[in-house]
Design a protein around this ligand. Sequence first.
Ligand SMILES: [Zn+2]
Length: 337
Amino acid sequence: MTAQPRSLIQCDLDFDLPGFQAGTLRVPYSHDRSAYGHIPIPIAVLNGSSGPTVLLTGGNHGDEFEGPLALMKLLQALPQKSIRGRLIVIPALNFPAFLQGKRTSPLDGCNMNRIFPGNRNGSVTEMIAHYVDSELFPLADIVIDLHAGGASFNHLPMVLASMPADSRRHDEYIRLIDAFGAPHTMLMDLLGEDRTYGAAVERHGKLFICGEFGGFGTCNVDGLALVEQGLARLLHAAGLTDAPDVPCSGPTRVLRVEGARHYLFSPERGVFEPMFKLGDRVRAGQPAGRLFDPHAPWRAPHLLRFEADGMVVCIRSFTGVEPGDCIALSASDASWS
Ligand SMILES: [Zn+2]
């Protein structure tokens, strides 16, 4: 078998050197205004004594800001810290999207979280995904990717958990989730989607923790505080740091998305009047909202109903909807087992 050619992205850091280094991933990008140019994506590493490697990423989607801000703030303090193990930090993974505050890249239209494992010879976003999948995931023991609802959603701040396939690691995984200490931890169901960053991490057999910490394409201050404090507690629990100077957390409440019945999709074009709020407890059959026809506003609106009991964890920002748009997501109370 011939070896796979390595990524075309170059990194000016040596992940094996001790101490703190900051630099960039250089994504080759030759275009009309820059024939030999590249896109420099900020990355940093802090390498201590022996211990686990934790990869922290934000800005997988460029319109989600709690993760990038928490990681930028972490980078302010990191050069003065000493740790056990290794921390690799990329505050804004889809950097071109992040600079424009957009979910998808302005360069190729790609959604980073729907193109894994990426493509060495592909577009800019595909190349970044391929680099992460082929170069960074193999280095990591624990991977944490920080999200939010972005421009089109508002999301209750919470951790999204994916139990490792290896059941012998469940206790270790739950200990990390408990240490993070989000008020809610949700077992997500992406309806078979396997092109995500998280699915790729799991194919590498590494522990993966994700989270949604706000939305509306802005920074939720409570979500930001949760990310900062949760990460501090988690890095301590993972053995990298001494006990942090942050409040202890209460127990997390486990929720589970159970298939399409927990999603509320729009069946047609219209203007949606919600009849619920984020965080509401709803019942199957309960009216969720009215969908008005803007071209025939005298026509009776289409009444949409929730299909399952649960708590609403995510609500669409935009009132105008098209067929297939997700208007809300809810989740049931659950347990780890
Ligand atoms: Zn996201």
